[in-house]
Design a protein around this ligand. Structure first.
Ligand code: ARG
Length: 462
């Protein structure tokens, strides 16, 4: 313990399991770049205060560069006493430039402001470098497919019962809409992630009057967290991110569930590409939709990350307590799972085969019963009445064991209601049914194309 960075007041050794239990380096090493950047800007702040000479600052910065190279090239050698990424980097800096100078970098700083500064930078960069572009690519693929396959019709479902014909592209557009909203929601969270805690010290503030705005600007933050107690202990941005991930995975899960159903032999609407399916060790004929099942299954895991960390957070007294170290494993798991899920969903959707004939063969005439009711509405009959009349037609066709309501004769129709004319048979056309729904958001070709246009412009507005 006497060798540890905080070892001065200790005489006894740490229990070996306690050391492992306490150490976060096995996962927080991921933030090495943010940690080194943070120290770089922080020491510039110290130099402005006269706490470091120009020459010392230069040596520190070149030492930090060297450490970054070691991490980048996977050559950083971890020391058994390293507790976390912050102590590991500081220990290494001392070895490279000498402890006399390295011993000054932590002046006025605490790991309490340091660790959460790193985490905010890490999240911001991951969003910018990965999640935003990945989400854009997912929505782009859905739009591209939707435009190419705009003519394909399929049954739309409520209660998983055939309801009304829609375009396959309309289904694609529905999930592209969820994912675009997810994208926008994530952008809004960014405003709260990208605030600087650095310079708040352990909890009470900085004793040498460091310029926190300078630190924030140097690290690309949009602002400074206005209370030092909050700066070190606020983890709301992590909760929000994991809630975001949970909601996103909920959308992914429902998207996957639809496709799982559509890929069964009973439906046969789509076929997964081999790249995203696996076989059975026993049954030679099997091709399973594992990619989709994992997209669905992993949504539970991400919710677990959120729920677990919220539980850890709820009883913590103000400011930093070690419970907060639990933020990282949950968050990293959530972010990796979400990122991979976006990539897998993108792969699935860009490579699956659409079985147009099966989709269209699944359309049945009773799905046009609403259109039949609308036919009489156009003749001036109140909808509540036409709904009833159309229902009687469906019942009659069923009783006569006809294949659909289009097989009833004009006489049979007129016996139910004299306002039916020979033009009623024009109702029995799926394409026209779909095309009638051309109001904003509907399934007509023009309306779906308009949706894609809107989504494309929203997903590319940063
Ligand atoms: N590894 C710690 C964390 O991630 C760093 C902060 C430690 N601070 C402290 N006072 N022990 O939360």
């Amino acid at each position: 313990n006497t060798q540890k960075l905080w070892g001065g007041r200790f005489t006894g050794e740490t229990d070996p399991l306690m050391h492992l239990y306490n150490a976060s380096l096995p996962y927080d090493y991921k933030m090495y770049k943010a940690d080194l950047e943070g120290t770089k800007v922080y020491t510039s702040g110290l130099q402005k205060l006269g706490l470091l000479t120009e020459d010392e600052l230069k040596k520190i910065h070149s030492g930090l560069e060297e450490i970054k190279k070691e991490w980048d090239e996977d050559k950083f050698v971890r020391h058994p006493n390293d507790e976390d990424i912050h102590t590991a980097n500081e220990r290494r800096l001392g070895e490279i430039i000498g402890r006399n100078i390295a011993g000054k970098v932590h002046t006025g700083r605490s790991r309490n402001d340091q660790c959460v500064t790193d985490l905010r930078i890490y999240c911001r960069d991951l969003l910018n470098d990965k999640l935003f572009p990945d989400l854009q690519a997912l929505v782009d693929v859905m739009i591209k497919r939707g435009k190419e396959e705009i003519d394909v019709l399929m049954p739309g479902y409520t209660h998983l019962q055939r309801a009304q014909p829609i375009r396959w592209s309309h289904w694609l557009s529905s999930y592209a809409t969820y994912f675009t909203e997810d994208f926008k929601r994530l952008r809004q969270i960014m405003d709260r992630i990208n605030q600087s805690p650095l310079g708040a010290g352990a909890l009470a503030g900085h004793p040498y009057g460091i310029d926190r705005e300078f630190l924030a600007a140097g690290l690309g933050f949009d602002g400074v967290i206005g209370n030092s107690l909050v700066a070190v202990s606020d983890r709301d941005f992590i909760v929000e991110l994991m809630f975001w991930g949970t909601l996103f995975m909920n959308h992914i899960s429902r998207f996957a569930e639809d496709l799982i159903i559509y890929s069964t032999a009973e439906f046969g609407f789509i076929k997964l590409n081999d790249a995203y399916s696996t076989g059975s060790s026993l049954m030679p004929q099997k091709k399973n939709a594992d990619s989709l099942e994992l997209l669905r299954g992993k949504s539970g895991r991400v919710f677990g990350d959120l729920a677990g960390f919220l539980m850890s957070l709820k009883g913590i007294p103000s400011t930093y307590d070690k419970d907060m170290q639990e933020d990282k494993e949950a968050l990293f798991d959530c972010l990796v799972t979400v990122e991979h899920s976006i990539l897998i969903a993108t792969g699935v959707i860009s490579t699956l085969f659409v079985q147009k004939e099966n989709m269209e063969n699944a359309l049945t005439m009773d799905m046009l019963a609403t259109d039949l009711a609308d036919y009489l509405v156009r003749k001036g009959v109140p909808f509540r009445e036409t709904h009833h009349i159309s229902g009687e037609c469906v019942a009659l066709a069923e009783n006569l064991k006809l294949s659909g309501i289009d097989k009833l004769t004009l006489e049979q129709y007129q016996k139910i209601d004299s306002r039916f004319g020979p033009d009623l048979f024009e109702t029995f056309n799926f394409e026209q049914s779909v095309e009638r729904r051309d109001a904003t958001g509907g399934t007509a070709k023009s309306a779906v194309l308009k949706q894609f246009e809107n989504l494309a412009s929203q997903i590319h507005t940063i």
